[in-house]
Design a protein. Structure first.
Length: 91
């Protein structure tokens, strides 16, 4: 039996202004300890977090400060919907 190696945690932070015509941008990304710090900072600041490893992996190829590629619009739109619903419930 072979063991699959443990992949370090991956975090990608996006910025999107509701109502904006601009595509969401990657504002931070990292693996391992840096990913843990990104998540901790988000939690400390009340940022809604969606655990989506497949999307994070796809977004990890986007450079920081770049807009997300059109191929990921639909998946990111689902995350934005999740975040907006979570914020509404918190109010």
């Amino acid at each position: 039996m072979s063991e699959t190696p443990h992949k370090p945690r991956l975090a990608v932070a996006l910025e999107y202004e509701t109502g904006s015509r601009e595509a969401p941008r990657v504002i931070a990304k990292g693996r391992g300890l840096l990913a843990e710090k990104i998540v901790a900072l988000a939690e400390e600041n009340g940022v809604v977090i969606d655990a989506n490893p497949a999307l994070a992996d796809a977004l990890s190829g986007v450079e920081v400060d770049d807009s997300i590629p059109i191929e990921l619009f639909e998946a990111v739109a689902e995350v934005i919907g999740f975040v907006l619903r979570a914020r509404k419930r918190a109010i």
